[in-house]
Design a protein around this ligand. Structure first.
Ligand SMILES: Nc1ncnc2c1ncn2[C@@H]1O[C@H](COP(=O)(O)OP(=O)(O)OP(=O)(O)O)[C@@H](O)[C@H]1O
Ligand SMILES: O=P(O)(O)OC[C@H]1O[C@H](OP(=O)(O)OP(=O)(O)O)[C@H](O)[C@@H]1O
Ligand SMILES: O=C(O)c1cccnc1
Length: 493
């Protein structure tokens, strides 16, 4: 219950005002209980990448489990006034809210799963008023955590298996920007965090070195290292660049030699400025010459997946990467553009009516139905994904249509193994999903990435993973677009 521990008892008002005004409108129009289906999905991978790591489900579950309008929430809503100073909501509606119970069905892609544009990460089916109300918090949670998990996965991939420590809290976007991001970074690929509260709340391993101020506080660098080494004889990483990096390495070595007879283990040095390739190579030579072959070289300083790749290509001798700002803030793309769209609603006769949101751009036109994603795989490799409407039959010969170019199609060979990505999370408001441990989610991310071809995982012009619409779904969408467009009068755009 991390979210509530950090914040307050009720998070129900953590939504946009317009969700409440629409809720009031639905209630007044007798539409609040009409069954509807919404999907949460994104249209483009972040960071110009070829994959996205789903994250945030645990916090979304927590939010939904506590969804209840308290007396305090209702009295705040009662205090809201319209432009003529009239109450915004009538008392009977507030009474309705006070007794509201969350009764939706929610299906979602487990955290750590790789996802692709247009695929629902979350599907909500239930009373229109409720399914609409939760749009904003679901987007807030899933967009942010998915973004950070993806960034962390990219950074971890760049290190080719080295350790990554998340150092970002000081530059994170506020308190939750540091906490939920630390969790997302860990599940995406970071091995530890420097953030103690994240460690405590989420059971993430915590690690760290020391700051320049530690060295500055002593009369000499040698004294500073000696004092730190004496305090932590088994866990010392000395920051060597306060005055002169290679001099600092030499000082660290001298101190380590001096402390060795007292059982000191020379864990590592940290480089935080200068040419990290050259300095790490020189430091490695000095450490090896002194017999400290297993002493780690930690590097930090504005690192991201591109710089790490470059440093490794140059032959940097770094085996632990401290990554802060660029990971915790998703520096080069600060938001994932996930959206939440209505895709079906039952009419008064109780029959499903499919809905789409039109756009001039096909990529922005939503998909109708109650969608599921089928992932095909063979010999440990993901081959393709098919988005289909669970409410309609699909042909025996499964065929994918490219979402933006219907001339590009892919026939799935009969007998290809597959699995469905969306799994039941809530049924009529009751949690039916056992939330996995963070450690097992992290393992899942790693396994997922190993099943994606490396041409899709690369940073520059990655290949597009084939994720398409099932043929009938594609046809239905096209028919709906044509029908909606044909109802416009001539001259209208
Ligand atoms: N071999 C390298 N190739 C490319 N970029 C590097 C290399 N070594 C370090 N960098 C990066 O260059 C940037 C500038 O580093 P540098 O230490 O020169 O300046 P700085 O960060 O302003 O220094 P300081 O931390 O002392 O203020 C950092 O992002 C650093 O990670
Ligand atoms: O560079 P990041 O990826 O964000 O990693 C975290 C940074 O935080 C610390 O720096 P500090 O706050 O002392 O500032 P400075 O090193 O930039 O001067 C540390 O020494 C790293 O350089
Ligand atoms: O422990 C460290 O070395 C550390 C922690 C936070 C930010 N920068 C470095």
């Amino acid at each position: 219950m991390a979210l509530q521990q950090i914040y307050r008892t009720s998070l129900t008002l953590l939504t946009d005002l317009y969700q409440l005004t629409m809720a009031y409108g639905y209630w007044k129009n007798g539409m609040s209980e009409r069954e509807a289906v919404f999907h949460l999905y994104f249209r483009k991978h972040p960071f110009e990448g070829g994959y996205t790591v789903a994250a945030g489900l645990e916090h979304a579950v927590e939010y939904l489990q506590q969804l209840k309008f308290t007396e305090e929430d209702c009295s705040y809503l009662r205090s809201l006034k319209g432009s003529q100073n009239q109450p915004l909501f009538e008392e009977a509606f507030l009474d309705y809210l006070r007794h509201l119970e969350f009764t939706c069905d929610v299906d979602a892609v487990p955290e750590g799963t790789l996802v692709f544009p247009s695929e629902p990460l979350v599907r909500v089916r239930g009373p229109l008023l409720q399914a609409q109300l939760i749009e904003t918090p679901l987007l807030n949670i899933i967009n942010f955590e998915t973004l950070i998990a993806t960034k962390a996965a990219r950074i971890k991939e760049a290190t080719k298996g080295d350790q990554v420590i998340e150092f970002g809290m000081r530059r994170a976007q506020g308190i939750d920007g540091a906490l939920s991001a630390a969790r997302a970074a860990y599940l995406g690929g970071a091995d530890a965090t420097s953030n103690l509260l994240a460690g405590q709340l989420y059971n993430i391993p915590v690690r760290g070195t020391h700051a320049h101020s530690w060295v500055q506080a002593f009369d000499s660098e040698a004294e500073a290292f000696e004092a730190y080494g004496a305090a932590f004889p088994k866990d010392s990483v000395f920051l060597v660049d306060t005055y002169d990096t290679l001099e600092g390495v030499k000082q660290a070595i001298e101190v380590a030699k001096k402390l060795q007879p007292r059982g000191f283990v020379f864990g590592g040095i940290r480089l935080d400025s200068g040419d990290l390739t050259y300095l790490s190579q020189q430091a490695r030579i000095l450490l090896d010459e002194a017999g400290f072959n297993s002493t780690s070289i930690v590097a930090s300083n504005d690192l991201d997946e591109h710089l790490i790749t470059h440093l490794k290509q140059e032959g940097a001798q770094i085996n632990v990467w401290g990554v802060g700002t660029k990971m915790i803030t998703a520096y080069d793309q600060p938001a994932l553009g996930g959206v939440y769209k209505l895709a079906a609603i039952k009419n008064k006769a109780g029959e499903w009516e499919y809905k789409i949101k039109l756009s001039e751009q096909l990529v922005k036109t939503s998909n109708p139905g109650m969608l599921q994603v089928r992932r095909y795989f063979s010999q440990g490799r993901y081959l393709a994904d098919m988005i289909y409407n669970e409410l309609e039959p699909i042909p025996e010969q499964e065929q994918l249509v490219h979402p933006l170019d219907s001339t590009r199609r892919k026939i799935i060979e009969p007998g290809t193994k597959s699995k469905e990505l969306l799994v039941p999370i809530f049924r009529e408001g009751t949690l039916v999903y056992e939330l996995p441990s963070l450690a097992s989610i992290k393992m899942h991310t790693k396994q997922e990435l190993s099943q994606l071809h490396e041409s899709i995982r690369r940073y520059v012009n990655p290949h597009n993973y084939p994720a398409g619409l099932e043929e009938n779904l594609h046809q239905q969408k096209m028919d709906m677009i044509l029908k909606l467009r044909s109802t416009k009068s001539v001259g209208e755009v």
